[in-house]
Ligand binder design. Sequence first.
Ligand code: ZN
Ligand code: ZN
Length: 109
Amino acid sequence: MTSKPLPHLTPTGTCWCGCATKVGTGSFFAPGHDKVAEAALLAAEYGSSVAQLLHGHGYGPGHSVSARAVSEGVWQKCPSCAYVGAPASIANHNKKAHAAAGRSGEQPR
Ligand SMILES: [Zn+2]
Ligand SMILES: [Zn+2]
């Protein structure tokens, strides 16, 4: 499985949602504007439908996008169940869903 390399992007000092707000160096967005831009893209390109978004990228019920995220190594699968998510989400899920079964005393913080 080969992942297509993403281009390297550099923050420009102006919010990438297009609102023209000046942002600090190192940031692409004014606070919260990444979510605005994400929603706007979904609305403009996919009729605000995540199903359309998935279909547009070749995913759907027969081609799992979450399985792809796991195979790309950016997401992980819970060792105890079918839950998948980002490593931080897995840690969180493990604490909540499997706390009773395996309380491992390990605290990352
Ligand atoms: Zn903005
Ligand atoms: Zn689990």
